[in-house]
Design a protein. Structure first.
Length: 276
């Protein structure tokens, strides 16, 4: 029986971000199979000779370290199969190691890679303000993981609905935030996780039993008397418990009144010509 050989290469099929999947090839004589690592890289960053990513940034180091771990796992599995004396082929090795690749990726670790990808898409797809919001969410997740598990990170596959329910309660208590802020945090965290599912790093959506919805508040426009529903975050930017706003998308404050709201009272500062 021939000893297995392992090598990494880029599959010639980019994702929507124009990054190419890194694949592990397992070869035994004429038999060959491929294992998707869950890692992507821009074509111009891949060194075809060293089979590693070029560069010294944080994301590059994380990817290269993961490739080393994957190669080590593959060799360990191969050695165990050789010692066992049982017949095996590249597919046998593939089945034993492919799930292990996913287990190696931590939640915070994966989130940081996700943020690095976002940075490269500013300003074409994201703004700096959006990146900041996602970064803040990552920090909240990191803080909670340390509080929740006494560890610096947990594997993606360890996430479940109970984690999110506990995170919900913790963030409300620790940061005294309103319901819709929790919802937005959950929404950003979920968007990151769905990308990890699409990239093959997570088998399933982990928060299937956790439910949360945006809460809305009914308000009336002071000028045209139209009623609207706004999120509590928007509603709370006015005086608490106030049920009126002083311009809206229907009338758009046609006289362009410059006003301030103080203790539920409207104070008119000046009047424009409506064409500003």
């Amino acid at each position: 029986m021939k000893n297995p050989k392992f090598s990494f290469f880029l599959r010639n099929k980019p994702n929507t971000l124009n990054q190419y999947p890194i694949v592990l090839t397992i070869t035994m004589g004429q038999d060959r199979t491929q294992v998707f690592t869950g890692l992507y890289v821009a074509k111009n960053k891949w060194n075809a000779q060293t089979k590693r990513v070029k560069g010294h940034d944080k994301e590059t180091k994380t990817i290269n370290d993961t490739l080393v771990t994957i190669a080590t796992q593959a060799r360990q599995v191969s050695n165990e199969l050789l010692i066992s004396g049982m017949p095996f082929n590249p597919n046998t090795i593939k089945e034993k190691i492919k799930y292990g690749f996913k287990k190696n990726l931590g939640t915070v670790e994966a989130y940081e890679i996700f943020l690095e990808r976002m940075k490269r898409l500013i300003p074409s797809k994201y703004t700096k303000a959006t990146l900041l919001k996602y970064t803040n969410t990552k920090e909240r997740v990191r803080e909670f993981i340390k509080h929740y598990t006494r560890r610096n990170d947990i594997y993606l596959y360890e996430l479940d609905s109970q984690f999110m329910e506990d995170f919900d309660l913790w963030i409300r208590k620790t940061y005294n935030v309103n319901h819709n802020t929790v919802y937005k945090t959950y929404q950003r965290f979920t968007r990151f996780l769905r990308q990890e599912i699409a990239r093959g790093n997570l088998d399933r959506y982990p928060f299937i039993d956790y439910k949360i919805k945006m809460e809305y508040k009914a308000i009336t426009c002071f000028f045209c008397f139209e009623q609207f529903e706004v999120s509590l975050e928007v509603g709370n930017s006015f005086v608490r418990n106030i049920s009126e706003i002083y311009d809206c998308e229907v009338c758009c404050n046609p006289n362009k009144l410059d006003y301030e709201v103080y203790d539920g009272e409207i104070k008119i500062n000046n009047v424009g010509d409506g064409n500003e």
